[in-house]
Ligand binder design. Structure first.
Ligand code: AGP
Length: 382
């Protein structure tokens, strides 16, 4: 009974709260087995007629945006770009050039991050349609965007985002279902199947949490002397390796970077050694041709890494003996749909960061130099 456990840190508590947080979030957007009509009405007209969307966000929220780019492009046929909010808000140079501006999607746990707010302010000034997905429904972003889709994660106290991230992924998946339905890109049977798959995710995570906790504590202990980690993933899983690397950095002060699998040999491979292990996401949805292709290419990389003598921790489907035979350590994730896998596979990475923090004696809920929301001192223009 995980909900009866006591937790030494907020971060661990919040990791464990994810199944409940996801269920709360789904209840806000689903009416039984259907998408809520009032939400569909609110979303109508958000995406511009050309179907162009720009996502602006920072940190973990931007990583959720990288996943959203793939969801919205693959499932809805929208054309999506993802920007660092801090860059987008300072771009300038686009005035009076007849540029057609996309709809803006801002993602933010706090809804108050100054760079993301600046991006929203700029979009509002240009008359772009805007949508805010935040974990604070009364936040400045939620109030200033044309449409708000709040999360039901509940208050998140630890600086490293965990449950707000997985709830962002769930709402982004729902957004892609709403958009696919509105655009007539998903038949009702497929929509119903996707909703059922999404509804099964919280239970699947709940069932795996205790096992992941034990395994990731052991792996953190085993790898506690590594000075750098390289995280690798393809497709939508690239977003998750970026997030896994950020989580490890901010929670444990251990250096980590996330790369697409295919980029390893274009430079970073020079770093791979006994003290620089790889964390590779090698999950697969065998019902999806593109996912199987990505998986096969990842297997090729794992074979090469075995020959090279690299130490690899793989996150892969439960029972995948092919991956297990190629790597030093194997973390199993129950197979689910490709576009939902990120919600589950990030959880062992959150736990790895948490236990690495303990190994390194870091105050994981309050890492140095970081704050929960990066806001500016008010200057009277807000
Ligand atoms: C996440 O673990 C970090 N604390 C950080 O990257 C955070 O996601 C970023 O500062 C953006 O915050 P926001 O989601 O509240 O906008």
């Amino acid at each position: 009974m995980t909900n009866m456990q006591s937790f030494p840190h907020e971060m661990l508590r919040e990791i464990y709260e994810q199944p409940a947080a996801l269920l709360r979030t789904l209840a806000m957007y689903l009416d039984g087995d259907h998408l809520r009509e009032d939400v569909a009405d609110r979303l109508a007209g958000w995406a511009n007629p050309a179907g162009e969307v720009l996502i602006a966000a920072s940190g973990s929220s931007r990583h959720a945006g990288l996943a959203a780019e793939i969801l919205l492009e693959d499932l809805c046929g929208l054309a999506v770009d993802v920007e660092y909010a801090s860059e987008y808000s300072c771009r300038g140079g686009q005035e009076d050039k007849g540029i057609r501006h996309p709809s803006l999607l801002v993602l933010s746990q706090s809804g108050e991050t100054s760079d993301t707010l600046a991006a929203l302010r700029e979009a509002n000034r240009r008359g772009q349609h805007s949508l805010a997905i935040t974990n604070a429904k009364a936040s400045t972003m939620a109030r200033r965007a044309d449409v708000s889709m709040p999360l039901g994660a509940g208050v998140e106290k630890a600086v490293p985002a965990t449950k707000s991230f997985t709830c962002q992924l769930a709402v982004l998946y729902l957004l892609s279902l709403y958009e696919a339905q509105r655009m007539g890109r998903m038949e009702s049977a497929e929509l119903a199947a996707n909703i059922a798959r999404l509804q099964a995710v919280p239970g699947s995570i709940e069932a795996q949490l205790d096992g992941w906790r034990i395994q990731m504590a052991a792996l953190a202990h085993k790898y506690n002397s590594a000075s750098t980690f390289l995280f690798l993933g393809r497709g939508i899983h690239y977003a998750i390796v970026r997030e896994g690397a950020l989580k490890l950095k901010e929670a444990s002060y251990v250096h980590a970077e996330g790369y697409p699998v295919g980029e390893l040999k274009h430079g970073p491979n020079a770093l791979v050694s006994d003290t620089v292990p790889l964390v590779v996401i090698a999950t697969v949805d065998r019902a999806l041709k593109a996912s199987v292709l990505r998986y096969k290419k990842t297997l090729e990389l794992l074979r090469d890494m075995k020959t090279q003598g690299a130490k690899v921790i793989a996150i892969a489907n439960t029972g995948d003996t092919q991956v297990a035979g190629l790597v030093a350590d194997f973390v199993a994730v129950q197979p689910i749909n490709e576009y939902l896998l990120p919600i589950a596979e990030v959880v062992p990475l959150q736990l790895f960061a948490y236990f690495m923090a303990l190994e390194h004696g870091v105050n994981v809920d309050r890492p140095r130099n970081l704050s929960k929301a990066v806001v500016e001192t008010p200057k009277g223009d807000e």
